[in-house]
Every structure is written in C-alpha cells, then in structure tokens.
Design a protein around this ligand. Sequence first.
Ligand SMILES: [Zn+2]
Length: 89
Amino acid sequence: MAFNQLLAMVEAIFSAHEEELDCEGCDQEMPHLVEIIEAGEDPTLLLPAVQEHLNHCRDCREEFEALLVIVRAEDQGVLNQNGNGTGGS
Ligand SMILES: [Zn+2]
C-alpha cells in the first residue's frame, strides 16, 4: 500500500527529527548539559537528545568532554582558593 509507505516515511522523518539532534543543535545545548552535570543532575533525563547525540557523534563528544574538563578545572581553582578561608554553602 502506497499510503502505508508514505505514513511510515512521515513517521520516520518525524521521529528522526524528534530524537536526533544535529551537531549544531548539540553545540547549542552543550553549555546547558555542562550546567546540568555540574549541578549534579542527570543529563540523560533532562537532555536525552543531547546525550544521545554525544553517544553517536565523536566530534561533539570530544568537544563536550573538553568543555567539561575546562569547567571542572575552573571549579577546582575556585575551590582551592577558598579552601582554607570562609567556605560555606
Ligand atoms: Zn555532532
């Protein structure tokens, strides 16, 4: 049936668009994902599309990991400076 094929195609397009992020979209969401991880939240629940893209796209994953390393290094720098002073949260 031609109609069923068409329907299947439409569904495939929609689901692909829904679930798969392109590199550009992933790039835009990356800072949010880093924030989520830094906040101790689970990124697979909050940004599953980004997480999914990172699982498949090596370029974006490397970029994301580099970003994460930078953020963590900055965090540690701040922590070390305030380490023996008045720290409180
Ligand atoms: Zn990508």
